[in-house]
Design a protein around this ligand. Structure first.
Ligand code: ZN
Ligand code: ZN
Length: 131
């Protein structure tokens, strides 16, 4: 079954169609060469819900998607959310906004010492079934 994520506030689409899988957390990711991308928790075309509070999300459940599947997202307008060594570590809270209405919908994690994922906040997105 394919699902898509949409913004809870304005309904804009936030992902390509993705297939729900069980979460298989990555082994702990550590530092490597600057400006390189880490492994992704889910392959493109898949998603998994992480019921455990993601500390980056302020202790909220998140859906993990591959960064290739995110659409209609833009960086946060508050630059304090965009910290990271080479890209984004996501530690300062949600750093992705819905491009449609500007609400906080997700976290890009893409730094040189992290995995490479997008986490969508369960509280900010809706899950829609795709035919
Ligand atoms: Zn770096
Ligand atoms: Zn929106």
């Amino acid at each position: 079954m394919l699902i898509e994520f949409a913004c809870r506030r304005c309904g804009a689409r936030l992902s390509k169609p993705v297939e729900r899988r069980e979460l298989e957390p990555l082994p702990r990711v550590s530092g490597r060469e600057h400006y390189t991308y880490g492994p992704s928790t889910v392959v493109a075309g898949a998603t998994a819900v992480d019921p455990d509070s993601c500390t980056r999300a302020g202790a909220a459940a998140t859906w993990v998607i591959n960064p290739l599947d995110g659409v209609g997202l833009r960086p946060h307008t508050d630059s304090s959310r965009l910290y990271g060594c080479c890209r984004r570590d996501g530690i300062n809270g949600p750093n992705l906004l819905c491009a449609g209405c500007g609400s906080e919908v997700g976290i890009e994690i893409s730094d040189c010492w992290t995995e490479h994922d997008i986490r969508l906040l369960s509280s900010a997105v809706t899950v829609e079934q795709v035919q």
